[in-house]
Ligand binder design. Sequence first.
Ligand code: MN
Length: 410
Amino acid sequence: MSAAGPFEVPPDTLYGVHNLPYGVFSTSGDPRRRIGIRYGDHVLDAAAAARATGAPADLAELLAAPSLNPLLAAGRPVWTRVRTAVTEWLTRERHRPAVAPCLVPYRDTAAHLPFEVADYVDFYASEHHAANLGRIFRPGGEALPPNWKHLPIGYHGRAGTVVVSGTGVVRPCGQRREPGEQLPSYGPSVRLDIEAEVGFVVGPPSARGDRVALADADEHVFGVCLVNDWSARDLQAWEYVPLGPFLGKSFATSVSPWIVPLDALAHARVAPPARDTEPLPYLDDRRAAVPSGLDLALEVRLNGRLIARPPFAAMYWTYAQMLAHLTVNGAGLRTGDLFASGTVSGPGPDTRGALIELTWNGERPLELPDGTSRGFLQDGDEVVISATAPGPGGARIGLGEVAGRIEPAR
Ligand code: MN
């Protein structure tokens, strides 16, 4: 460690002063859950730093909570004040003696679910993913359903089974109907899959009856996490007509523990791909002051092997459009709402964010370095999804990772 100690981070760090993602952590020596900010190889104990630097009482109180919810609810002007204050704590010489004891080595921390998930919605916003599933399940038909390019398709998921990265995922049991059979059977899923997705965390609520316009999305969206929407394809295939996903997805949804604020993603904003269908006015973002596409580079690893690099920039629908559509009927937002993008898949065969696409419904198994192959997940398999984004001056910022290991059915 240099003389400057924990304040010096390598220039190529994914967790420098331009990132500053928020989470909730504890240590074995101090099991209290508290807000942390990931910085280099350390986690800043936010409440301790606020006390040590004499921060304004309202900020200190928000940062002393055991979850991010009060900070989420406080809204964008407060988020900006907190980010400015944290940046000063980490960069101003005069704060260093007070702040240094508040930096905990990252390796000594355990991460927890960083916010209380209110409602959970999952979209289906990748044209490549939707078209691939259409080709697999409706061969010979139209790849996309007729509504797909007119609205971001989604479903309401189960908030209570959203778990933090590292939580084991028990193989679900349920009904499926084997090919060629008339009647369903019951048992552990034999087609357990992943969906590599990006999640958006909602801060201030909206009133029931109101809509959130495209231009107001950033007043409600605090930041971004990574999501693995574990999916039992056999359960899903038997149950999803006519009301959509249910038990095939509700057993577990994993999220990354470090929420990257939208403010950290200013250099990642890109125009969404060219679209060939005119959207209705409430979804028309062609004159947006700032684009809501995000150039996030995802990586998916199965038992350590890199199996896909899904590009979030290729998504057809943006988070602002998802939020506008989610609320266009007057559904109110709640603090802690989580909405996810749906599987991130790009145009290339190695950019697909689900095994069902990577193995074409199990027909082309992936070969793993240990000599085994996978159509779908086996017990003991570990999946890790990570991502980075462009930062200022050619730097990159990290979104951390969401990891999960499959445990045997019970
Ligand atoms: Mn999904």
